[in-house]
Design a protein around this ligand. Sequence first.
Ligand code: HEC
Length: 164
Amino acid sequence: MDKFFSKVVLKKTLLFLFIAFILIQFYRPGKNNSVYTANNDFLELSDAPTDIGALLKKSCYDCHSNNTNYKWFDNIAPVSWWVDNTISRGKLALNFSEWKDHDPWRKLSFLSASVYDIQTDRMPKELYIKLRPETKLSKKEKERIINWINNIDRFETYYKNGNH
Ligand code: HEC
């Protein structure tokens, strides 16, 4: 390929990519932001202390609740698509904002899984922490959450909070 020709191809490719980038911005996934209903929320229903609330809101609520704290880059496609997909999958696993309506067995298994996931750094997700370093939990913070979760009364969680 001669030099001139390859320059034209490069320019055309860049132009194509640029136009494609602009066009994909038009597909905007809906935002995960609903009215906060305290009566359905895990932190309210389990009487979580303020510091636990702050930690879980910081590190888990973006993907496991009805209210995501979006950053500017979350709005740019294709990142926005990935964000939307991750939130949907996270909420499918468990939605803290709708704790009241989850089946008791789901609540209990989610609590145990959360302890494991925090201990093994499975949650919050690695890429997410890279993009939001402030959501990383310190060793102390992890211990604090795990201790608190382990002391939640499982019996009460099973029978109360909307399930009788
Ligand atoms: C960036 C989004 C995101 C954040 C933040 C996040 N999760 Fe998740 N979580 C997910 C997704 C997506 C799934 C579905 C399964 C998967 O993809 O791993 C999930 C699944 C889970 C599960 C189900 C069992 C499992 O491991 O698959 C538990 C438990 C869990 N998360 C706990 C937490 C806790 C506790 C926090 C906060 C310390 C947290 N998550 C923060 C996205 C997130």
